[in-house]
Write a protein that binds this ligand. Sequence first.
Ligand code: PLP
Length: 425
Amino acid sequence: MQFKNTKEFAQQLDSQDQLSTYREQFIFPKVDGKQVIYFTGNSLGLQPKNTQQYVDEIMKDWGELAVEGHFYADKPWWDYHERLAEPLSKIVGAKPSEITVMNTLTVNLHLLMVSFYRPEGKRYKIICEEKAFPSDQYMLQSQVKFHGYNPEDAIVEIKKRDGEHNFRTEDILDTIKKVGEECALILIGGVNYYTGQVFDMKTITKAGHDIGAFVGWDLAHAAGNIKLELHDWNVDFAAWCSYKYMNSGPGNASGCFIHERFHNKKDIPRFEGWWGTSKETRFLMKPEFEPMSNADAWQLSNAPVLAMAPYLASLQLFDSVGMDALIEKRNLIVSYLEFVLKEIDKEVDSTFEIITPSDPQERGTQLSVFLHGEGRKLFDYLMKKGVIVDWREPNVIRLAPAPFYCSYEDMYEFGQILKQGILEQ
Ligand SMILES: *Cc1c(COP(=O)(O)O)cnc(C)c1O
């Protein structure tokens, strides 16, 4: 498609957009009385309007039924979380039995490492990407220390080449081969939080299995953003948060994937609690643990239903649109944003550099832009003008035009504000 950097052209794309009505189903913050242009759905998704109703329903049931709500609420609380598995399974490419929702992301990755990071003999190393999201770095360091190893020896980071912004799959595969039978676990962010690069999860998972390691993925920036086929890719485990592309509210519950080949396996240890026991006998309060036969065996506590409610509300929206339609719009709106950025760059003779891969197969919703000339002042200007973007040191803005609620006109307007901001510096 031949793009144009004009308001008319952007409006024309909006009028052809099958998802354009979803924008009205979200609540936008306002600056100077005007809806913001929201680029930080990769950090905290906007609130869907149907969320309130899902939360109110629990509050009402709690008030009217109190403890009886566990079994007699419209959506009983004791198995409330099970409603999330089916819609989530479609988003991440899994069977519903492979999904459970519990706790928060870093907690879940730790719990999953109880099952999948069990260093022994000379197989004790973890491979991850360099400059992983800080929480992942702290998590991996504390895990290896917990097992008595030195992080400098036990954690092997995949490096980027000098002067390059993205990882090369061949280099990742090389590292995996080199570490070989010393590798116990590969754990990488499926979409890099800083650059937006999408990793070739299928190939990397296979390479990990070929050297006898477990392979898990942190999908914080991937779930609800890119096409995932966790089951078919044979991924061992994965976890994601729900508040980024999944729009379910600050700090909210995390989803986990555990491949079905590990269900009902006695040789896979885990930390256990009563919500992991068989539903049929759970309330008999027996001393023996009888695990659920699916991913719910990893659940510990009874589900925080007030947190599950916004997640369920959001999944209802995902279910009505489907990932394929979201991805189709995502590809077009991201390409349009890329085009607008390049046009503005020419007009103001600036020097931004998009560090996200240009191949649509290697990126999702996010474009990370290195501002060589402009700095923090430009970011402040954008925020003041109602463009909500994210700033990362040293000089990168991250732009994620979430296809659910961003419009093509937003992209055009952003370009104009950006241009003005640069000219005024
Ligand atoms: C956002 C994000 C997290 C956040 O973890 P929480 O436990 O939800 O605070 C972790 N890892 C990655 C890669 C992220 O992008």
